[in-house]
Design a protein around this ligand. Structure first.
Ligand SMILES: [Zn+2]
Length: 309
């Protein structure tokens, strides 16, 4: 009996506190959730960095395209960069082993994912004048294309790009061995006007033979891709792919001719990069000729469609 009274007494004692708790102002609602973020793997330091999406995109455009290019080209670059990021995220989500061994959504190694520069890094690399002239140009391209993504059959396309084509872009099947319906060869002959379109690599024959691993350097049959690059090149009795030769001799692209001149092997190279997808220089020419960013993207990635997420 007395136990019950004690319990009641305790309850009454704490009642004011219980009531107070009930009527205390509720915890304020959490702030609007932060915008989309990107986990960026910095390949030089081996660390991961979480960035606001818009800051990531600013840094990719800064790292990947001359900021002096027309605004519509910068916008096309932004959408290509964002779509590429989504494509990677989707690929990793559906096949976790496909992240090529690095953490994060994407890395800043241009040979693996895409280049990235923070504003501070961009200033270090290109100086204050570049920053003053470029910061707002890139920022407004990022703002103007917020949420825009390039889709193929409802999912983010693999929007690869390169600096300068060799006059035509390349078919992904010819470069990476797998067909991608929207990564096909398209005309981009205006790229011939680009500074840095042509380059020459001269290799002494002794070094040439060392690198190809044989003494017979006689050039034989050359097989070209549909875009006009070297698919395969026979040297002596061995067949090399254009990509192998590009890598062995640090050529700017696989669109080259090879001649033996005296004691040297001479490569005449056109374009810069793998030449698949959007030509960045080509995008700048189309933009200068009145193309809008969505028209530029539709041109270099035929069959895709631009959607707002
Ligand atoms: Zn990567």
């Amino acid at each position: 009996m007395s136990k019950r009274w004690i319990l009641l007494y305790i309850l009454l004692l704490f009642l004011p506190f219980l009531l107070l708790l009930l009527f205390l102002p509720q915890e304020p609602e959490p702030e609007t959730p932060p915008g989309e973020t990107v986990t960026l793997y910095r390949h030089e330091t081996g660390t991961a960095q979480v960035l606001e999406l818009t800051d990531y995109l600013w840094g990719v455009v800064a790292g990947e395209m001359p900021a002096s290019y027309p605004e519509e080209a910068l916008k096309a670059q932004t959408v290509a960069s964002y779509t590429y990021l989504l494509h990677r995220k989707n690929t990793i989500a559906s096949n976790p082993s496909s992240d090529f061994g690095h953490i994060g959504d994407v890395c800043d190694d241009p040979n693996h994912c895409k280049a990235y520069l923070s504003p501070a890094e961009a200033i270090l690399k290109w100086g204050e004048d570049w920053y003053d002239a470029s910061y707002e140009r890139i920022r407004s391209a990022v703002t103007a294309t917020a949420g825009k993504v390039l889709l193929y059959q409802g999912t983010a396309a693999n929007t690869v790009f390169h600096a300068i084509s060799g006059g035509m872009t390349e078919d992904a099947a010819d470069v990476w061995g797998a067909e991608v319906p929207y990564l096909v060869s398209v005309d981009s002959h205006w790229d011939r006007e680009a500074k840095g379109f042509s380059s020459v690599v001269t290799v002494p024959l002794t070094e040439f033979c060392e690198k190809i691993g044989q003494t017979d350097y006689t050039p034989g049959a050359t097989v070209l891709t549909s875009g006009g690059s070297v698919a395969t090149q026979v040297l002596g009795d061995k067949t090399f792919t254009g990509r192998e030769l590009r890598s062995l001799f640090s050529l700017r692209s696989t669109r080259f001719t090879l001649k033996i001149e005296g004691e040297n092997a001479v490569f005449n190279v056109s374009g810069y990069g793998h030449q698949v997808g959007m030509s960045q220089y080509g995008a700048s020419v189309l933009a200068a000729n009145g193309y809008t960013y969505d028209q530029i993207l539709a041109y270099y990635y035929p069959g895709t469609s631009l959607k707002t997420e």
